[in-house]
Design a protein around this ligand. Structure first.
Ligand code: PMP
Length: 283
């Protein structure tokens, strides 16, 4: 059975789901997106994703394709129509289709596309064994707080990491880690402090980051929101990443240096477990 995709008001089999070649998402990467995870057929922390979507649209002066409170029912319909139990729902808004020109077109309606991807989020070998990352220069633009679809730099970084035998890249700017190619990055110092870069335009304000830091504080763990260098990361007791589609993945190797004893650390393991418990309770 073919997947059902939402495109501008219609629910279509994926083969029939089409967008104009003049769509500004295609021509200019003039669009924003959100990825919400689904557990037990329910969207996780979706209100926070919708709030970030509203902010991304506002920062780009892009009109919502329809009132924003009408989007979650469409996401739920996509989950329902595709019988999705576990996976993600991707949603993308672009500035719509107009003859190719740089300024914003007038009188054009934004496009909205929503589709689901099935994936086993709970039983995930990367989470069980931990992942390795390599550091690479952060060549992205300066508004990484806006979740735009211009993902060429992260795609290049992810591929370079795979080519180097790692699972992901941690991006470095001015000698400090900003974040992962599609996730937020954390280390845990030898005295047990969780360190992650503070919010700014240099990183995406992760929805999972916010939830995980709240859980860490609830557990009485010490959290420092500050920049850290690759060298500090090599000496850390453990490390991890967070995102909606990975929850928490332990990082066991950075640039070929093994952290601790090379297995997922207790802090990352605990935070993953707490996050999943909270998400399942919400589902
Ligand atoms: N940083 C970047 C660059 C990302 O692409 C993502 C995931 N889209 C994240 C962080 C994590 O954000 P979230 O927890 O909202 O998925």
């Amino acid at each position: 059975m073919s997947r059902i995709v939402y495109v501008n008001g219609a629910y279509l089999p994926e083969e029939e789901a089409k967008i104009s070649v003049f769509d500004r998402g295609f021509l200019f990467a003039d669009g924003v997106y959100e990825v919400s995870s689904v557990l037990a057929g329910k969207l996780i922390d979706n209100a926070a994703h919708m709030a970030r979507l509203e902010r991304s649209l506002g920062e780009l002066k892009m009109a919502p394709p329809l009132p924003l409170d009408e989007i979650p029912p469409i996401q739920r319909e996509i989950v329902e129509r595709n019988g999705l139990d576990q996976g993600t729902v991707y949603l993308q808004v672009t500035r719509g289709a107009a003859d190719r020109d740089f300024p914003f077109p007038k009188g054009v309606t934004s496009s909205l596309v929503i589709f689901s991807q099935e994936r086993n989020l709970l039983e995930d070998p990367a989470a069980a064994h931990g992942i390795s990352v390599v550091t690479l220069p952060d060549i992205r633009w300066q508004r990484r707080d806006i979740k735009t679809v211009q993902l060429l730099a992260p795609a290049l970084a992810k591929q370079a990491a795979l080519d180097a035998g790692a699972k992901d890249a941690w991006l470095v700017e001015d000698g400090h880690i900003t974040e992962g190619s599609s996730n937020n990055a954390y280390i845990v110092t030898l005295d047990g402090t969780i360190v992650t870069r503070a919010l700014s335009n240099a990183i995406l304000h992760g929805i999972t980051r916010r939830a995980v830091l709240a859980l860490a504080e609830r557990e009485g763990l010490k959290v420092e929101e500050r920049s850290f260098t690759p060298e500090e990361a090599y000496e850390a007791g453990e490390a991890f990443i967070t995102s909606a589609s990975t929850f928490v993945y332990p990082v066991v190797k950075i640039d070929g240096r093994i952290l601790g004893n090379g297995v997922p650390g207790p802090v990352a393991t605990k935070l993953r477990q707490l996050y999943i418990e909270m998400a399942l309770a919400e589902a």
